[in-house]
Design a binder for this molecule. Structure first.
Ligand SMILES: C[S@@+](CC[C@H](N)C(=O)[O-])C[C@H]1O[C@@H](n2cnc3c(N)ncnc32)[C@H](O)[C@@H]1O
Ligand SMILES: [Zn+2]
Length: 274
């Protein structure tokens, strides 16, 4: 059973599995949704101004990942993790902003019961639970208190997802690892130039490293992953839908005549240790 904690304000009791529910010692229960995930959100999470990605963005991301554009990135992530002293199947790993779950399954396929994905989009966790039912999936707001005890996990991953630095440090055991992927400055630069949406190169990576190291993690490794990929029209549309909340019609019109495009994919991979 994955070491989850009750999310009722002020409770924090550890959750035990009883048939199709999770139950804390104070009697709060959370039922397994029909689709195979637990909803640990509280009313304040559901009122969040940022309730996770829209269905449109989640589905575009799923098509994008399923087309195989990220296969090289999966290999790069596995290589970084394989170089650490933690075995891939070692004890609990969480994924903050797991989306539709393809990365989790591709990276941790051998240890589903030790893996738990968190996302605030119901659409995302439903897809993830359908895709990899053996793993644990939780609807939760990763920007609030995580439903996990202090020092209860040995690995945190966040792939283009949430990075609550203080909470990551709290739930990681000493010596635990945190692997973060963030879009690199050249990611989709050709596409961004074409639609003239922040076509300039800008990297947030240094600021992100600063936030995480200020919170108490040490940077072990910083690697760049880049790849040139030819996108057809559908892939271009998905890339825009999963990257920008709304692309204005005028910007879309600039792409109307483009049938295919070579683009750069670029991610910064950060490995940190507590
Ligand atoms: C760019 S997607 C990345 C998804 C996945 N990691 C991947 O790389 O395919 C970001 C994800 O973070 C989720 N998200 C956004 N705000 C969140 C929050 N406060 N708590 C949990 N998840 C959140 C979104 O719903 C979305 O699935
Ligand atoms: Zn409780």
């Amino acid at each position: 059973m994955f070491p989850l904690r009750c999310s009722v304000r002020g409770c924090q009791g550890s959750l035990e599995r009883q048939d199709r529910s999770l139950r804390c010692p104070a009697g709060h229960t959370f039922d397994l949704a029909r689709e195979g995930y637990f909803n640990l959100t509280q009313p304040q999470d559901r009122r969040s101004k940022n309730p996770g990605d829209s269905d449109t963005a989640v589905l575009a991301r799923q098509r994008w990942v399923q087309r195989g554009h990220m296969q090289g990135l999966v290999e790069a992530i596995k290589a970084i993790l394989a170089e650490t002293s933690l075995a891939m199947a070692a004890a609990p790993t969480i994924d903050l902003g797991c989306g539709e779950g393809s990365f989790g399954k591709a990276i941790f396929a051998d240890a589903p019961e030790q893996f738990c994905g968190f996302d605030l989009s119901k659409r995302a966790v439903r897809l993830a639970a359908r895709h990899w039912p053996e793993a644990n999936w939780v609807l939760a707001n990763a920007d609030r208190v995580l439903p996990l005890a202090d020092q209860s996990v040995c690995r945190v991953i966040s792939l283009f997802g949430r990075r609550p630095a203080g909470e990551i440090v709290r739930v990681l055991e000493d010596g635990g690892l945190c692997l973060i992927a963030v879009p690199g400055q050249d990611d989709l630069i050709e596409l961004r130039e074409q639609v003239q949406l922040s076509g300039h190169r800008r990297s947030r990576t240094e600021a992100i490293i600063g936030e995480l190291t200020d919170a108490g993690l040490q940077l072990v490794e910083h690697r760049c992953w880049t790849h040139a990929e030819r996108l057809d029209k559908d892939a271009i549309e998905d890339a825009l839908a999963m990257t920008y909340r709304a692309v204005r019609n005028s910007q879309n019109a600039r792409l109307a005549e483009v049938d295919a495009m070579m683009v750069t994919l670029h991610a910064d991979l950060l490995l940190l240790r507590k």
